[in-house]
Design a protein around this ligand. Structure first.
Ligand SMILES: Cc1cc2nc3c(=O)[nH]c(=O)nc-3n(C[C@H](O)[C@H](O)[C@H](O)COP(=O)(O)OP(=O)(O)OC[C@H]3O[C@@H](n4cnc5c(N)ncnc54)[C@H](O)[C@@H]3O)c2cc1C
Length: 355
């Protein structure tokens, strides 16, 4: 029997397995999909925290303050740990004055973590229950891939959402945790995502980052009934969550010509509009504006299993990453950072080394 079973070979599971291997543990690392890296592999690779903790609290007011404190305080040391494993940051800057962290090449990061986790992953081997004696770390990446759970918790328009994530994260961790006696966190109706070019646009995995439509603050945002919504956050997470709850999970961004040259991080608004048009989204030219139809794209759910600061969800069961709620609740924080920090803690805790 292994010392530890880890479910999921994405950010949280690989960090947990690498930590456990470094402690000399025998780890069984099970992955439902056909490759390592989960949604981390598809991500922009920016592992970050808010620069100051008070701002983190203000922006994510529904989270557990103690859990947030652990993630916030541990991240810098855990980024150094990643570097020590051979994951070399492309830059140690997030280009956002409100946040600090580093950006990684996600292939290289995944490779370094897989090697540190011992290199042995059982692919196509989903964990379905936490029975069997060995402690378990759940890191299956949230429930955005399960339409029934999404319509129960997030939106009646779940069937219209675009899945902007790996295809395998479908609530397995939540089900396994609940069966073992865990409880649910707050914020089950929340998710992180981006509005994306609407059908008939083609949005392949490689386009998840490049096709994101991140300019609601420069546009008038309406639903199909013509009702307007005003963006309230820099991350626009409120806009995508609002969009998900509108008919067809759709919105229309009307962009005045004068806004097309504005920059949002490394792209102009005009470049994002052009990318939507090139992908095949409905884009309409008007006298002095352009209207782009977008659909809510879901990256990870924010609510999940309730854990304590040692990652524990139930006896013998720890959870991390998007399987664990309570970190970004009420707002937006780095899913990669939470998965990294709580993955390592969950492994130590499951092996009896903390708590
Ligand atoms: C396009 C995109 C851009 C993003 N950009 C950023 C960014 O810049 N910064 C940031 O912080 N976050 C970003 N994210 C979010 C980030 O990728 C996730 O928050 C993070 O990967 C969550 O880690 P995780 O371990 O919970 O899930 P994942 O990394 O998705 O790993 C979960 C793994 O579990 C596997 N699995 C599912 N069910 C089972 C089961 N029953 N048994 C075994 N294995 C199972 C899945 O196949 C998957 O491999 C982005 C995501 C996407 C898609």
């Amino acid at each position: 029997m292994p010392d530890l079973i880890v479910a999921g070979a994405g950010m949280g599971g690989l960090a947990a397995a690498a930590e456990a291997v470094s402690m000399g543990a025998e780890v069984e690392l099970r992955e439902k999909g056909s490759r390592a890296g989960g949604s981390m592999l598809l991500s922009s690779g920016v592992v970050w925290r808010h620069r100051d903790f008070e701002r983190f609290r203000r922006e994510c007011p529904g989270g557990d303050p103690e859990l947030q404190r652990v993630v916030w305080e541990s991240l810098d040391a855990d980024l150094a740990w990643l570097e020590a494993l051979g994951a070399e940051p492309l830059e140690r800057d997030t280009h956002n004055p409100l946040t600090a962290g580093a950006r990684f090449d996600t292939r290289q990061l995944t490779g370094a973590l897989v090697a540190a986790a011992g290199g042995r992953i059982r692919f196509g081997a989903p964990l379905t229950e936490a029975a069997g004696g060995a402690p378990v770390v759940l890191a299956t990446g949230g429930f955005q891939g399960d339409r029934e759970l999404m319509s129960r918790h997030v939106t009646p328009w779940a069937g219209d959402l675009l899945l902007r994530a790996n295809p395998w994260s479908a609530g397995d961790g939540m089900r396994i945790g609940l069966a073992a006696g865990a409880e649910l966190s707050a914020g089950l109706d929340e998710f992180y995502g981006r509005n994306m070019p609407a059908p008939p646009a083609r949005v392949p995995e490689e386009g998840f980052v490049a096709l994101a439509q991140l300019y609601a603050t420069h546009a008038t945002v309406r639903n199909s009934r013509g009702e307007e919504y005003e963006a309230a956050t820099w991350s626009e997470i409120d806009v995508v969550q609002w969009t998900a709850r509108q008919p067809g999970a759709r919105a229309w961004y009307e962009v005045p010509d004068a806004a097309l040259d504005h920059r949002v991080r490394e792209r102009t608004v005009g470049e994002m509009v052009a990318a939507a048009r090139a992908a095949g989204a409905p884009v309409e030219r008007r006298a002095r504006s352009t209207v782009v139809e977008v659909v809510a794209g879901v990256t990870t759910t924010i609510g999940g299993l309730r854990i304590d600061t040692t990652g524990r969800a139930a006896p013998g069961v720890c959870a991390c990453g998007a399987d664990a709620g309570g970190v970004a609740t009420g707002g937006y924080a780095s899913g990669l950072a939470a998965a990294l920090v709580l993955g390592r803690i969950a492994a130590r805790s499951a092996l009896g080394a903390v708590g």
